[in-house]
Design a protein around this ligand. Structure first.
Ligand SMILES: Cc1ncc(COP(=O)(O)O)c(C=O)c1O
Length: 386
């Protein structure tokens, strides 16, 4: 861990001691070189940790749901270790996804699915994965954590897959990560492109399609391809449409053979019992109906937010709105971010990503939160703050 990450830890705990500010020589020598070189993922939570976050802040920066639900749990079983793969959760998710239980793995968020694939299929210091930026940052971070290389086939300018470029990596990578709908561009990948990639990498590499936001764009799911393509892995989560980011529960969907391999590298008790209990409820008829209702509200809000945003200042919408966020470009992005933070409105800067200069991302909030956001953005441009 490097100095900047230590600083972040201190900000979280609020404790700052002399000795914790620098890593002792013996400790950095003991640490693996690739670990010394790591910078931890700047999650939305970490970025604002210790910055005086308070309840009045509106968080539209982590693609979370603005809606929460109440759950109660049965604590009488907490003296026991939980099942590694609780049947109730596996069966419920398999049914929801239209698959068999043997094709379904439950994990500590979709992020753990990413990690398991890299750990099971990539050799440290030797193998590589392929990513298609601009995209979700955890594929690269997870690979770097295990000293696995990261190759890049950039998306085209319209954020579609550059399949010609991707195909050049056949035989050179062990896993290809494709995000659809893609974070942060909100664009979805067409099935023909996925099939092309799956066929080219057949018997050579795992093709991972990250469908963390699929409930916002159901018709683009690739689950039907699992029947013909044994190198396909699909990632899902309860963190987005199901409004359970705090639960840390995700799913990996793949052939029974791949699921068996991933079960060799997963922790013995990855899913705490309260998580399993709540996940089962989120996936029952009532939970699914609630999720669908939330998604409908958020999709309508996204369209309205998009229409209004593009009429303000120099704002230009970038990408699409197939997930639960909007990406836009403004030459005033730095001042606009600062203005919003000052007014307790948190959105996410994406401008460091390739092809996304001057881009900011807004996670769609509740109708009320979106109104507050629009009022602030309009005030920023009207006041000549830029
Ligand atoms: C594309 C994508 N995949 C996976 C994740 C992680 O999901 P989880 O909360 O289930 O770990 C995120 C979270 O933002 C995401 O955007």
């Amino acid at each position: 861990m490097n100095d900047s990450s230590l600083g972040e830890k201190e900000a979280i705990s609020g404790e700052k001691t002399e000795s914790s500010q620098t890593t002792a020589k013996w400790l950095s020598e003991l640490t693996l070189a690739h670990v010394n070189a790591l910078t931890p993922y700047e999650s939305a939570r970490r970025l604002f940790a210790g910055s005086g976050a308070d309840e009045k802040q509106i968080c539209l920066n982590a693609n979370e749901s603005p809606f929460s639900s109440e759950y109660s749990v049965d604590s009488s079983v907490f003296n026991r270790y939980p099942d590694c793969q609780p049947n109730t959760v596996i069966n419920a998710y398999a049914q929801y996804a239209g698959l068999q239980a043997s094709q379904t793995l439950v994990t500590r968020g979709a992020d753990e699915g990413i990690e398991l694939i890299i750990r099971a299929f990539c050799k440290a210091g030797k193998d590589s994965i392929l990513i298609c930026p601009p995209t979700y940052g955890m594929y690269a971070i997870s690979a770097q954590t295990f000293d696995v290389g990261v190759k890049k086939a950039l998306l085209n300018d319209d954020f579609s897959l550059n399949t010609d470029d991707i195909l050049q990596y056949v035989g050179k990578v062990k896993a290809v990560f494709i995000c659809s709908p893609n974070n942060p561009t909100g664009t979805s990948v067409v099935k023909a492109d996925i099939v092309k990639v799956l066929s080219a990498f057949k018997n050579k590499a795992i093709v991972v399609v990250d469908e963390a936001y699929i409930e916002f764009d159901n018709e683009h799911t690739q689950t039907d391809l699992l029947a013909q393509h044994d190198n396909l892995v699909i990632l899902r989560t309860l963190s987005k449409a199901f409004a359970l980011a705090g639960l840390r529960c995700g799913f990996t969907l793949a052939s029974p053979a791949i699921i068996k391999i991933l079960l060799k590298v997963i922790a013995p008790y990855p899913i705490p019992d309260p998580v399993a209990q709540i996940a089962s409820k989120a996936l029952d008829d009532y939970g699914l109906a609630k999720m669908q209702k939330d998604v409908n509200v958020l999709k309508a809000e996204l369209v309205s937010l998009q229409n209004q945003l593009q009429q303000i200042g120099d704002i230009k919408i970038v990408g699409d709105i197939n997930a639960n966020f909007i990406l836009f470009r403004s030459t005033y992005k730095t001042d606009l971010m600062a203005y919003l933070v000052k007014n307790k409105m948190l959105i996410r800067d994406q401008s460091k990503q390739i092809k996304l200069d001057n881009c900011l991302r807004i996670s769609v909030g509740s109708p009320k939160q979106n109104q507050i956001l629009l009022v602030l953005i309009k005030a920023f441009f009207a006041d000549g703050n830029q």
